[in-house]
Design a protein around this ligand. Structure first.
Ligand code: SF4
Ligand code: SF4
Length: 181
């Protein structure tokens, strides 16, 4: 398993085309959504149990989560700043018009690699990197993009390739060789 962020960034760049090819493969792979989720969740459990997010904190440095009204109200309460002041001080409107995001990276609430608003953090932070959620197959664009940011995503995707892609390719190759004598 790879946990060095620098190496992960470099490897993800190198594997960029391969990762998109694997996405296409998964889209057409003959497996149910639930079966694929079960494999992914098994790898997620394994990988996340071996990674310490408080040492990494890379998502808080690289990703800008989208906050909805409920997230903003919770953070405004927790910080003791009015909603309008909180927006002015910490947020900008999200480009896609889905809500607000923090106005800087790393996140203003990250201190010494820890979230100072951990118990009030936005829902998008709480569920990042979203690998444990159902319907993995419908979130593959984000998965490929997050490979270079999150060691959990990077390693789960690599394990998945090893489990079903290269194995499958090998079977296809053996089948072709057998067929051609
Ligand atoms: S609110 Fe906390 S968990 Fe979310 S990005 Fe900021 S520091 Fe990270
Ligand atoms: S979720 Fe991923 S990027 Fe965020 S701290 Fe954990 S391992 Fe690092």
């Amino acid at each position: 398993m790879e946990i060095d962020l620098k190496k992960i960034r470099m490897l993800s760049k190198k594997k960029w085309d391969e990762n998109w090819k694997f996405r296409s493969f998964l889209k057409g792979y003959d497996i149910t959504i639930e079966e694929l989720d079960a494999i992914v969740h098994k790898f997620y459990e394994q990988v996340s149990s071996e990674i310490d997010c408080t040492v990494c904190a890379n998502c808080c440095k690289q990703v800008t989560p989208v906050l909805d009204q409920e997230d903003i109200e919770r953070l405004s309460d927790s910080t003791g700043i009015s909603i309008s002041q909180f927006k002015k001080q910490y947020l900008v409107e999200d480009e896609d018009g889905e809500g607000f995001t923090f106005n800087r990276r790393p996140c203003p609430f990250l201190k010494n690699n820890l979230c100072t608003q951990y118990y009030c953090r936005p829902k998008a932070c709480e569920s990042f990197p979203h690998i444990h959620k159902p319907e993995f197959v419908f979130r593959l664009i984000n998965v490929v993009e997050n490979c270079s940011i999150c060691p959990i995503v990077f390693n789960v995707y690599e394990y998945l390739k090893g489990e079903i892609w290269h194995h499958d390719d090998l079977e296809t190759l053996v089948f072709i060789l057998d067929k051609n004598g």
